[in-house]
Design a binder for this molecule. Structure first.
Ligand SMILES: C[S@@+](CC[C@H](N)C(=O)[O-])C[C@H]1O[C@@H](n2cnc3c(N)ncnc32)[C@H](O)[C@@H]1O
Length: 206
């Protein structure tokens, strides 16, 4: 366990108390947020996606319809077991692994990294290190999608707004799209080192 992030036991207790601790499968709030998340992805398909903190795999299933392969990880075995059940027969090749932000990164590269409701469990310096490492594992045409709840949660080291300030303020990332309401912030980043191509440019419209 790293002291720079909320302990695994915090999440293990949540999964011991509920099969779906954040009510991803039942709340309209979550369903709508997932729809906006999927809609914000600038390309129709991705070769290799990374989703740290996949939980019970509700978002992973929807990402599977847009990706050839997904590496989906969590720090709680119960969550990974439930994700495996949900992802049986998924449209993509999904590799489920126990791994957490703050651990050593896998020796792989991705053209999509999805950080959904997972970055505020880290302290600010640890999150900055994660962003440095993320850039080393992001393809030059890669996309980072980041989405976080904005209301304060006393136990979390960071708020959603603080998370997005760290990502948006990192010189290695360029913001190419965003959505904000009272409840959550959603942003799409590409590597600052790469040329920017809007969706209309990709389609030859401009
Ligand atoms: C709110 S859920 C988000 C699930 C999924 N990303 C989504 O948005 O539908 C947060 C998940 O992150 C996991 N988690 C907590 N700390 C983590 C870390 N440092 N690295 C990876 N996953 C973590 C928890 O176990 C939990 O399953």
């Amino acid at each position: 366990m790293s002291p720079a992030r909320l302990p695994n036991s915090y999440f293990e207790q949540m999964y011991a108390a509920s099969a779906d601790p954040w009510e991803f499968t039942t709340r309209w709030y979550e369903k709508r947020k997932r729809a906006l998340t999927l809609a914000a992805l600038p390309r129709p398909r991705y070769r290799s996606a990374f989703e740290p903190g996949c939980g019970i795999g509700v978002l992973t299933v929807e990402l599977a319809g847009r990706c050839d392969r997904i590496l989906a990880t969590d720090i709680v075995d119960d969550a990974l077991r439930r994700a495996a059940d949900r992802l049986a027969g998924a449209a993509a090749t999904v590799d489920l692994r126990r791994w957490g932000l703050g651990d050593d990164w896998p020796a792989e590269h991705f053209d999509l990294i999805v950080l959904s409701e997972v970055c505020y469990y880290l302290e600010a310096p640890a999150l900055r290190t994660v962003v440095d490492e993320l850039l080393d594992h992001l393809e030059s045409d890669g996309v980072v999608l980041c989405v976080h709840w904005r209301h304060p949660v006393p136990e979390y080291p960071l708020t959603g707004d603080e998370v997005h300030a760290i990502l948006g303020g990192h010189r290695g990332l360029s913001t190419v799209g965003s959505y904000r309401d009272d409840d959550f912030l959603l942003e799409v980043f590409t590597p600052a080192r790469s040329p920017r191509h809007s969706v209309a440019q990709q389609e030859g419209l401009v």
